[in-house]
Every structure is written in C-alpha cells, then in structure tokens.
Design a protein around this ligand. Structure first.
Ligand SMILES: [Zn+2]
Ligand SMILES: [Zn+2]
Ligand SMILES: [Zn+2]
Ligand SMILES: [Zn+2]
Ligand SMILES: [Zn+2]
Ligand SMILES: [Zn+2]
Length: 454
C-alpha cells in the first residue's frame, strides 16, 4: 500500500462516508456492517476490515462469523478484483452537509477532499474561533471583527470591530489635518449585519440617523451579537443533523426496497409452496390409486393362485384316478395272463405260440387289441380284480405299482416274452413315481385306452 492509499484509507476511516448506491451485502464487513475497508480474509473464508478483525481478535481468537479459531499470521489479502470493486464504489464528498455536490470513486477521495472548497476551516484570526467553509474564508477574514488592523496614524494595532472606538481615541488622528480626517473612509458599524454603506467620516452621523440597522441598535448589540455565535453553532449542528437524517432516510428507503423485494420473494415462495402442496396432494392421490391397484393385483394373483392350486388338485386327482385305473388294468392283465397260461397248459400248446400275438400288439402302436377269442364265455373281470387285489394289497401306491410292474416283468421273463419298449418305459417311469410329466400321463392314457377294450 503506497502513501496515497494510506492517506485515502485514513480519510475513509475517520470521515462519515455516504455511498451513492446501495452496496452489495457481500461487500459489507460483518463486524461494522459498512463497506469493507482494507479487507482481509480469514483462513475460514470470511472477510473483514483489517481494523475490525484485529480489534475483535483482542477479545477472542475466534472468527466472529463462524467461531472457528483464527490467527493473524494466517490472514490473506483479498482478491484484486474485490479491491477494485470496493475502490470504485461511488461516494458523496464528506462535506456534502456544507454544500459540496461532489461525487467520486472511493479511491479518489483524498485528491478531492484536500481541495474541497466546502471543508470547514477555522477563521485565522486567533480571537474569532468561527468556522467557515474554505470558499468563504477570504471574504470572512476580510470582514472578521477580529481582523487586526494597523492604525495608519498611530501605527497601533486594533481589531476591526473597534475601528470607530480607536479613531475617536487616537491621538495621532486628532493631530492630523482636518482634510485628512474628513476624507477618511469609514464603513457602517452594522456592515456585518448587512449595511453596505461606507463613506467619509464626517457623514457617519448623518448615515446613522437613517440606517435601519442603527434603529435596532439595542437588538444587534445585545441580543444578536451575544447569541450570534451560539446561533451559528446551532445552525451548523442542525445542518449536520439534517444531513444525517437525510442519510438515514436514504438508508431506510434502501432497506424498505429490500424488504419489499423480500416480500415479493416471500409471496413467490408462498405461491410455490401452495403449488407444491397441490402437487403433494396429487402425489398422495396417485399413491392411493397405486395402493388400490396393488390390492386389486394381489387379489387377482390370489385368485389366479387359487385357480392354479384348484387345477393342480384336479390334475392330481385325475392322475390318481388314472393311476388307480392303470393298477386295476394291471391286475386284470395279471389275471388275464394267468388265465391264458392255464388255458395254454390245458390245451398242451407251448408259450412260443403266444409270441406273435403279443408282439403284434406291442409293435404296431395302434389301438389294436388282442383277440378276445381267448376269453371264455364265463369270464368275469370283477372277480379277477378282486382276487388280484388280494395278492397286491401293498401299503403305498408306488410300491404297489412297482411290485405290480415287477411281477409283470417277471411274468414276461418266465414265459420268455420279449419286453417291449413301451413296457420298459412305463416300468421305469413308475418306479420313480414320476407321474406328473405329460409323456407319462399320455402313455398312461394310451395304455388305459389300449386295455379298456379287454
Ligand atoms: Zn469493518
Ligand atoms: Zn469465519
Ligand atoms: Zn467536497
Ligand atoms: Zn473571523
Ligand atoms: Zn491610531
Ligand atoms: Zn448602516
């Protein structure tokens, strides 16, 4: 920071600065709530005026913004861009209250301020103490009551306000020639109140008779003069207050604008939250619909499952009934084979004669049934089933079936019958109790049909 910047900063710190436009909140110091002066960044990412944060650190080692611990050594300079934005903020001349209309960038305050014609300065006459703006200093100084004047006759020093008094008492003036005395130019003693009269000394008495100010002599001498300084002080104080109030009004207007904007934002937020609520309601309704649909789906699924279970039970029952039919057919077959065996033995014909008959039946795959000519006229199937059931009264269906099938195989072996593919498949399938497959069901049905004509 160069000297000029330091001087400028000092002015900005010590004077009451008014900003022309509202300053972005991000450029305000969180401590003094004013636009940042000589900003500095903490490690936690917050920015303060250097002076503000240093005085805050004297009280506590925590960041005033988020209470994180901070150390001066860790402070960083802020970005040049931020500094430029701060430097270019427009401000009023601090002498605005004295009438200065100047507006400038913050960084150029020093240049203007030290040449500002509206700066208040004290009257150079030691006894005066009055403050006047620079612009009017010369004029005031010339008219100042306390201006020291050297008497042109006695060379003594008197105050301007005492000119008449001195002249009247000046011994050297008395001694002077009458022409000189008469030609001495003198001003009305009420000049400072506004009387512009000035003329030769001999005409003073004549003027005083007609001077309006002279007629209020008592007022000016006693009341006005005594109170003038006080009134002037009060006046400047009031001016100061007016400017402060103007600044406050500007600030309040700015806050009101922000408030109005916030209000608008709040209204918008309300509108948004209302539409959100509507949407939520719709979502809720949709959820209800979804639940209803799910319930319906579950219901349908349950019904479908029930249907499937019913169908399964029905199929199982059907399979069971088919199995029972098959068993009964096997029993019939067994009885039939016994019957054939008995018949063949009785007729003295060897088992080889039966081969072509059985082969024909098993190989052509059609529904051709064996000839019924072997059956005697007295053949009674129900009797045969009953007798066969007595032999195969096993506890489980599977074992019954298996034993029945095995018995049949044994029978075929004993009689040297070729075991056909269909029989083997059936035997194998039933031994595994695999009755659920379509093939087996189909085979069983075919077999049942094949033997139903017996
Ligand atoms: Zn600050
Ligand atoms: Zn912080
Ligand atoms: Zn100025
Ligand atoms: Zn003065
Ligand atoms: Zn004199
Ligand atoms: Zn006068």
């Amino acid at each position: 920071m160069d000297e000029h910047e330091k001087d400028n900063l000092r002015l900005l710190k010590n004077l009451n600065i008014g900003y022309v436009n509202p300053v972005n909140v991000n450029l305000l110091c969180p401590i003094c709530r004013l636009p940042l002066l000589n900003p500095i960044a903490t490690p936690c990412g917050h920015t303060f005026c250097e002076e503000c944060i240093l005085s805050a650190l004297e009280i506590s080692n925590n960041c005033p913004y988020d209470r994180k611990e901070i150390k001066c050594e860790e402070f960083k300079k802020v970005d040049r861009l931020i500094l430029n934005i701060l430097n270019e903020l427009e401000i009023y001349c601090p002498n605005k209250m004295n009438g200065c209309p100047h507006i400038c960038q913050r960084q150029f305050l020093y240049e203007h301020y030290h040449h500002c014609e509206y700066e208040l300065v004290e009257c150079p006459h030691s006894l005066c103490h009055q403050k006047v703006i620079k612009k009017e200093l010369q004029e005031h100084s010339n008219q100042c009551d306390y201006k020291e004047i050297e008497c042109e006759f006695c060379k003594k020093i008197y105050l301007q306000k005492d000119k008449m008094k001195h002249i009247k008492n000046c011994e050297e003036f008395e001694k002077a020639e009458s022409s000189v005395k008469e030609d001495l130019i003198i001003e009305c003693k009420y000049k400072k109140f506004g009387c512009l009269w000035q003329d030769k000394l001999k005409l003073v008495e004549e003027h005083e008779k007609s001077c309006k100010y002279h007629q209020f002599e008592g007022f000016f001498e006693n009341v006005y003069t005594k109170n003038q300084r006080q009134l002037e002080t009060e006046n400047s104080e009031l001016k100061r207050k007016i400017y402060q109030l103007t600044d406050e009004i500007t600030e309040l207007r700015r806050e009101l604008d922000i408030y109005k904007n916030n209000n608008m934002v709040i209204q918008q937020q309300q509108a948004v939250s209302e539409s959100m609520a509507e949407l939520e309601n719709e979502v809720q309704l949709l959820k209800c619909d979804m639940q209803n649909t799910n319930l319906t789906l579950n219901d349908l699924e349950m019904r479908y499952n029930m249907m499937v279970i019913d169908e399964n039970i029905r199929l199982k029952e059907e399979i069971q009934s088919l199995r029972t039919s098959f068993q009964s057919i096997q029993f019939q077959m067994l009885s039939f084979m016994k019957y054939i065996k008995g018949t063949l033995q009785n007729n003295g014909i060897g088992p080889s004669f039966t081969k072509p008959i059985l082969n024909q039946k098993n190989n052509d795959g059609s529904n051709t049934s064996p000839s019924t000519s072997f059956l005697p006229a007295t053949y009674n199937s129900s009797k045969l089933i009953k007798s066969a059931s007595a032999n195969f009264d096993s506890p489980t269906t599977t074992s019954t079936t298996t034993s029945a099938a095995n018995t049949m195989n044994d029978l075929f072996k004993n009689y040297n019958f070729p075991t056909s593919a269909a029989t083997t498949t059936t035997s194998h399938t039933y031994s595994k109790s695999d009755v659920g497959t379509t093939t087996t069901t189909y085979d069983t049905i075919r077999r049942e049909r094949r033997f139903s004509k017996i």
